[in-house]
Design a protein around this ligand. Structure first.
Ligand SMILES: [Zn+2]
Length: 186
């Protein structure tokens, strides 16, 4: 019998000793996948907090509109937007745009390479992508978010970005438990 093995979606290593693609740890890049505890929280909680960083995108690139992942029109209407930028829900069919805001979507993303391929396809060259996600640090452990399935380190996020044609342009507090990063599409 040929046991199917799991391939790490970040570094491509074959994971020995696991054939469960929803539950493994990659010993090469430290990426961890684990079954969700509970259902995912509403996005608005993350949105509101992360929008404080929106000025950082505008400092890097002066754009009239930013497309927000996982948000509905009404979520965005309720948010106090102090910046001179229009916030629009980021639907899958949207293309040729200059800015995508993707707060706390990576921890819940089923298909990581697919996620980055989609962002690359949607953005214009030089377009900007904001990401935030909890990351494991050497001396601290984060409690999983409800619904979280992907567990990252900041190193493997950098690797994912590079691999999919993005370069880091801004990063908040290197040692924080939540990684906040703005990358530029090549
Ligand atoms: Zn790996």
């Amino acid at each position: 019998m040929n046991l199917s093995s799991v391939t790490c979606p970040i570094c491509g290593a074959k994971i020995s000793g696991s054939n469960d693609k929803y539950h493994f740890t990659c010993r090469f890049c430290s990426f961890k996948k684990a079954p969700a505890l509970g259902t995912k929280q509403n996005t608005e909680n993350y949105l509101e907090k992360s929008l404080k960083d929106i000025g950082q995108i505008l400092a890097l690139k002066d754009i009239p509109e930013i497309y927000v992942d996982g948000a509905q029109e009404e979520d965005l209407r309720q948010i106090k937007n102090v910046h001179q930028v229009k916030l629009i829900p980021c639907a899958g069919n949207i293309q040729k745009i200059d800015g995508i805001w993707s707060p706390m979507t990576l921890p819940f993303q089923d298909d990581l390479p697919g996620f980055f391929k989609e962002k690359f396809r949607q953005l214009n060259p030089g377009g900007i992508l904001y990401l935030s996600t909890p990351v494991a640090r050497v001396f601290q452990r984060n409690l999983p978010l409800t619904g979280q399935i992907n567990f990252f380190t900041s190193k493997n996020i950098m690797f994912l970005l590079e691999q999919h044609g993005f370069k880091m342009a801004w990063r908040k507090n290197r040692f924080a438990q939540t990684l906040k990063i703005i990358a530029r599409r090549n």
